[in-house]
Design a protein around this ligand. Structure first.
Ligand code: UD1
Ligand code: UDP
Length: 385
């Protein structure tokens, strides 16, 4: 008789695919006799360099299902996912559904499962920006409140959940009405430690982009408020143009397809031409995880609105300009490693100049011991009924 518990992992957007590798690795190497993992890709991200590349280079098992929902408005995209996921859950009858983070794939997975009484396991629970105009904030709050096991990466996440009424003691068996909350560290710290050991071996990005260690800035932009409001995109790119010239510093931008498609339409024609013609601004397609790690390790600084990249800048001990008004990773700002600027030209320039002139950064262990995935799998085995 098969005694293993069956979990279904939902991935869809790039960061979830990357995160999921930590749990798949723990299932394969430590928990193969206790857990069976079925992977469902919603198809939210579908370009090869936003999806397939990660399965290949991070040894993530090929998804058992791909719903191929693609892009769409929030309602349309989430609705397509809900319909497809419910059918898979009914057929597969899993013991639990694992969701990551705060995207439309996260909320669809959680809602489809909870409504048919399947326990939801939320990894990266408790993070808050306290800005409900962000679609991600709505997704993460709703997801937390329909979960049975909540795994939060940080002390701040634990405090947020406590403030929202989650109890901090643990029942032997968690339920949706009596969920268990654990502070377990960040699975992305697990992944960064694991893959940084081999990244140099598999990446040639420094050579192909002709980069010198410590003499370039790694930058990404994809938040809707930065890409879809022309004034904001203009402020960000005019600051980059200015900084690259003032510091004679290369900016490397592996650009999310969302932003790539907006550069020409949102920027003034004058700035667009300067950016495209600049020898110091290198706009390149999104890169794989080995390449991004190598870029993070070798960059002088990181400029980003990405949740993942902010934190990885801390893992690799690089200062970070955060192109957002708030962050869920407050500890790196409170500790002085990163500065929030929003899409404000002057604040971006000031933050960059402050950080580039600072030498005495500290890097406390905010994100655990690199074994979060094993801790999570152990709790799933013990506490999902
Ligand atoms: C989504 C998440 C965001 C996360 C980000 C990670 C939601 C609401 N947002 O934002 O939290 O930080 O993923 O990258 O879930 N596109 C392509 N090819 C792709 C994927 C997207 O061209 O493979 C383009 C399409 O024009 C699409 C746009 O990017 O309309 C936005 O994609 P979408 O998945 O809706 O949102 P993201 O901005 O990627
Ligand atoms: N990333 C990557 N290649 C890139 C840009 C980002 O592999 O060209 C990785 C990055 O290292 C991090 C994750 O993608 O692990 C972050 O995803 P993204 O910025 O799309 O989403 P967010 O974290 O903001 O939700």
């Amino acid at each position: 008789m098969n005694q293993r518990k069956k979990i279904i992992t939902i991935v869809g957007a790039r960061p979830q695919i990357i995160k999921s590798s930590a749990i798949s690795r723990a299932v394969q190497t430590v928990f193969s006799e206790q857990l069976e993992e079925i992977i469902v890709h919603t198809g939210q991200h579908y370009d090869e360099n936003m999806s397939k590349v990660f399965f290949e280079e991070m040894n993530i098992p090929t998804p058992n299902y791909n719903l191929q929902v693609g892009s769409g408005s929030h309602g349309q995209q989430t609705a397509r996912m809900l319909e497809g996921l419910e059918k898979i859950f009914v057929d597969e009858k899993p013991d639990g559904v694992v969701v990551y983070g705060d995207t439309n794939s996260t909320i669809a997975g959680a809602l489809a499962a909870a409504k048919i009484y399947i326990p939801v396991i939320h990894i990266e629970a408790g993070l808050r920006s306290f800005n409900k105009a962000m679609p991600e904030e709505l997704n993460r709050i709703s997801c937390d409140h329909m979960s049975t096991l909540l795994f939060t990466p940080t002390e701040t996440g634990l405090t947020n959940l406590s403030n929202e009424g989650f109890k901090m003691d643990h029942s032997p068996k968690a339920t949706i009405d009596s969920p268990n909350v654990y502070h377990c560290g960040d699975i992305m710290y697990d992944n960064s430690l694991h893959f940084s050991k081999v990244a140099d071996q598999f990446s040639s990005v420094m050579k192909s982009e002709n980069l010198t260690p410590n003499e370039f800035v790694l930058m990404t932009v994809h938040r809707d408020t930065n890409t879809d409001i022309a004034e904001n995109l203009e402020a960000i790119f005019s600051a980059v143009d200015q900084l690259s010239k003032e510091h004679n510093m290369t900016f490397v931008l592996p650009l999310h397809p969302r932003t790539k498609s907006k550069l020409e339409t949102q920027l003034s024609s004058e700035l667009y031409k300067q950016v495209i013609d600049s020898e110091l601004i290198k706009v390149i397609p999104p890169v794989g995880f080995m390449d991004i790690i190598v870029l993070e390790k070798n960059a002088r600084m990181v400029v980003t609105d990405s949740g993942g990249l902010q934190k990885e800048s801390f893992f690799f001990e690089k200062p970070c300009v955060i192109l957002r008004e708030q962050t869920e990773w407050t500890e790196i700002v409170d500790n002085g490693n990163a500065i929030l600027t929003g899409a404000n030209h002057d604040k971006i320039i000031a933050a960059f100049n402050t950080l580039i002139g600072t030498k005495d950064f500290t890097y406390p262990t905010f994100y655990g011991d690199g074994k979060a995935a094993e801790f999570i799998c152990g709790k799933i085995v013990d506490e999902i009924q």
